[in-house]
Design a protein around this ligand. Structure first.
Ligand code: SF4
Length: 163
């Protein structure tokens, strides 16, 4: 049965930087969970970061691919370079996805790890920009399709068409 990697915070786990979650009320997700298809994971917690933790953003002008290549940083709002932990979390997510032969992931948009259509611009002022997170970038580099929580319906069609 097709397994799907899912951001733990979408499953209601209180693992976000602020100690909260991003639980989605989705019948599709509930069915997948009951079927044992869902592999929940928080890459940042997997990398050993605490809850709560300082907010982090990819630096201004930087991309997730550049972070993975060591050419841009993920920084906390206090200026600390936290790139190594974010890259480690992305690698843990990839290893987990590959162990379960996941071809699809459902990740939380907006996150410097899990974002898939937008992230924040590095100014810590709540300004969004087009972009993806470090986990999304690494998964996509390895052929895993990433959907946001707003695309569960599209993901369900994809899964159905390929199983
Ligand atoms: Fe959720 Fe991903 Fe952030 Fe973890 S790293 S709290 S799974 S968005």
């Amino acid at each position: 049965m097709e397994k799907i990697l899912v951001s733990a915070c979408l499953l209601g786990k209180p693992v976000r930087y602020d100690g909260g979650d991003k639980a989605v009320a989705s019948e599709i997700l509930a069915v997948w969970q009951a079927q044992g298809r869902v592999i929940g994971l928080c890459p940042e917690v997997e990398a050993g970061l605490p809850v709560p933790r300082p907010p982090a953003e990819i630096e201004r002008g930087g991309s997730a691919d550049a972070v993975l290549a060591g050419r841009a940083q993920v920084v906390e709002d206090n200026g600390r370079d936290i790139s190594d932990a974010f890259v480690a979390g992305a690698r843990r997510a990839l290893v987990t996805a590959q162990r379960h032969a996941c071809r699809y992931a459902l990740l939380t948009d907006g996150s410097p790890s899990c974002g898939s259509s937008f992230i924040y611009d590095g100014s810590f002022t709540g300004v969004r920009r087009d972009g993806i997170g470090v986990v999304t970038a690494l998964l996509r580099q390895n052929g895993i399709e990433v959907f946001s929580q707003d695309q569960i319906g599209d993901l369900a069609k994809r899964v159905e068409a390929n199983t």
